[in-house]
Every structure is written in structure tokens, then in C-alpha cells.
Design a protein around this ligand. Structure first.
Ligand code: SAH
Length: 338
């Protein structure tokens, strides 16, 4: 400011020494010019400072942003007190590519639960072995071990009720525990009506492109536990036949149902729209209402998860602020036959 001020004054002084004394008018003009110059410099300095401050604030805000997301700041969660089990006991029945797809689906599943406003209290992964385990171990420095509210067992899900009894009847306590477990499978004749707190829902952790029909149904029957399919055909008129979905799709449907208590909304929000219109068996003149979607043989959505990145370890393990409180005002849902 002073430096810039000098020329005007210096010029005025110089003028006063070397040449004629300045007229009053000229002096006023010179003083005004000096004042304006001074104000300009001050303004520039203020603007510069304001810019710096804004840049600093922006940097601080972007530093805080990922942390806020990680911590789900201001995001209220009310857990649904049911357990979902992902049965990983099919490792040797998948190709390497399918194992990769499956591990992506597991990450999607965990991520969906974490982001839900109504998460399941716990996610249990059973029979963790073989290539599935190796792949999970290899990614993000075994980041899955830091996934919150998840448990990982090398043993099978039957450890839930005990490993002692192989028979379907006998010990009453064992049967009582078993009675709370439902294996979800598209091959079941039973239809899931509602989800119920206190229950355990098993999803088959397999990506098989429909090679194995009745695989999970047979396993449920061998384990003497109940089984049920999602009531897709009941709510989506165009999907009346057996519809096999991926692990994460099934899980997301369950989550959406817990959030909305509305199967139709849950199906529409999760099942890809193209599924509702393909493979019509009616002729070209068939009306949309008359469309019939054939049994899904390809289970091609299993590919959808292939490109998924496993949830980064930096996202996991740190947040522990999930609300595990259980709403007791929930209706008492039941599982019933169709
Ligand atoms: N061939 C396998 C299909 C695996 S699909 C089988 O025998 O089940 C992955 C898992 O998602 C299934 O094991 C099942 O638990 C669940 N699932 C897929 N579609 C379903 C549906 N329509 N109803 C209930 N569960 C379903």
C-alpha cells in the first residue's frame, strides 16, 4: 500500500521541486489518485484473503466429507432383530468366475445392510472355506474381517442350533431353535408372507447360473428346517414362474420389505426392470397383461455383481454407530404356506 502510494506522492513532490508548484486543483487530483490507489490495494488484499479463506474451508469440508459418509452422520438406523445367514457351503460347486461373482455379491449384501435405515441386526456367513475364503482373504487385506455386525464361521449353519443331533426329531430344545430358521429358496412350495423378528433367514451363498435345481431346497430338508420362496408371483403378475435371484438381490428385497412392509415395492425396487418383460410365450399380438415370463434359466443377474468392488477396508470396521435398538411396535409377522 505504501509502495504504491509513493509514486503519486513522489510525483507530486517531484513536481513541487522541479517544476511549477502544483495548482490546488492538481494537488487535489493527485491526492485523490493516491487515495483511490490505496483503496484499490486494500480491496485486492481483502479479496485475496477471502479467496484463501474459501479455499481453506473447501479443503476442510472435503476432508470431512468421506468421514461423514463413513460414520453415516445424522443417519438414523433402526435395526430389525432378525438374523440373515449366508450359507457359503457350496464353494466346490462353483467355477472360479462364479466364486468371484459370489464374493462381489457378498460385498453388495454387506454394503446394503450397512446403508439401510432398517438393517438386520446381524449378518452371519457360515461354511467359509476354500476359494471363497481365499478370495475374500486376498482382497483389501481381508477387509471382510472388519465388516461391522457380521460374523464368519468356518462351520456350517447347523451350529446355530447345535451340531449334536442329526435326526429331525428328538431333543425339544434343538427343534425349538431349528423352528426359527427358514431357508430361502426359489424351489420351495412355501411362500414367505412376512419377516419376523427373532427368526433366522438363510440365503444360499452360491452363484451357479441355475445349474443346480433344488440344491438349497434339498439342503434345507436334510437339515430339517423350514424353507420358503419369495412371493414374487403373487405381486408381480408377469413373474409367476420360478424366479431365481442373486444373493444380494434377495437380501436387498428382504431389507426393502423391512423398510416398507410392502413386497410389491420391494420387488419393483430390486428386480431389474428387463426381467419383467422378457421371454414372452404369447404371440406377437399379445397384450402386455397377457405376457408370461418363462422360468429364468440363465440367472444372468449373477453377472451383474461381477464388476463390483469389494467394499473397501477403509469404509469398514470404523463405524460403530449403528443403532441396534429394536422397535417393539413392529407387527408380528408370520411365515405361512401359500
Ligand atoms: N441353485 C441355487 C440358486 C442360488 S441363487 C439354489 O438351489 O437355490 C442364491 C440364493 O438366493 C438361493 O440359494 C436362495 O437362497 C436365494 N434365492 C434366489 N431366488 C430366490 C427366490 N425366488 N426365493 C427365495 N430365495 C431365493
Amino acid at each position: 500500500m505504501i509502495i504504491m502510494e509513493q509514486p503519486a506522492i513522489a510525483q507530486a513532490e517531484e513536481n513541487s521541486i522541479t517544476s511549477q508548484p502544483l495548482s490546488k486543483k492538481a494537488q487535489k487530483r493527485a491526492a485523490k489518485a493516491a487515495r483511490l490507489q490505496e483503496q484499490k490495494v486494500e480491496r485486492r488484499a481483502r479479496e485475496k484473503e477471502a479467496k484463501k479463506r474459501k479455499r481453506r474451508e473447501r479443503a476442510q469440508a472435503s476432508d470431512a466429507e468421506p468421514r461423514k459418509r463413513r460414520k453415516m452422520g445424522g443417519f438414523h438406523q433402526t435395526s430389525f432383530a432378525a438374523q440373515v445367514v449366508i450359507d457359503l457351503g457350496f464353494d466346490d460347486m462353483m467355477t472360479d468366475k462364479e466364486v468371484t461373482s459370489l464374493t462381489s455379491q457378498l460385498a453388495y449384501t454387506y454394503s446394503a445392510n450397512r446403508r439401510s435405515s432398517t438393517p438386520f441386526t446381524s449378518l452371519l456367513f457360515t461354511s467359509l472355506n476354500g476359494r471363497t475364503k481365499a478370495r475374500l482373504d486376498a482382497i483389501n487385506d481381508a477387509g471382510y474381517k472388519r465388516w461391522t455386525n457380521t460374523k464368519w464361521w468356518e462351520e456350517g449353519y447347523d451350529r446355530i442350533w447345535t451340531s449334536k443331533s442329526d435326526s429331525c426329531d428328538g431333543d425339544e430344545d434343538l427343534d425349538a431353535h431349528r423352528a426359527n430358521v427358514v431357508y430361502l429358496t426359489a424351489d420351495s412350495e412355501e411362500e414367505l408372507v412376512e419377516l419376523k423378528e427373532g427368526q433366522t433367514y438363510v440365503i444360499g451363498g452360491i452363484c451357479d447360473h441355475n445349474r443346480y435345481k433344488n440344491l438349497c431346497l434339498d439342503k434345507a430338508q436334510t437339515s430339517c428346517i423350514r424353507h420358503a420362496r419369495l412371493p414374487i408371483g403373487r405381486y408381480i403378475a408377469s413373474l409367476t414362474t420360478r424366479k431365481v435371484l442373486t444373493v444380494n438381490q434377495v437380501f436387498e428385497i428382504l431389507l426393502k420389505w423391512v423398510e416398507t412392509r410392502d413386497w410389491e415395492q420391494a420387488f419393483w425396487s430390486v428386480i431389474p426392470k428387463r426381467k419383467f418383460q422378457r421371454k414372452t410365450t404369447n404371440g406377437p399380438d399379445a397384450s402386455p397383461e397377457g405376457e408370461h415370463v418363462e422360468e429364468d434359466e440363465g440367472q444372468e443377474d449373477q453377472e451383474d455383481a461381477d464388476g463390483a468392488e469389494l467394499v473397501a477396508s477403509s469404509e469398514d470396521g470404523e463405524e460403530n454407530d449403528q443403532n441396534d435398538g429394536v422397535s417393539s411396535s413392529r407387527p408380528q409377522p408370520v411365515l405361512s404356506t401359500a
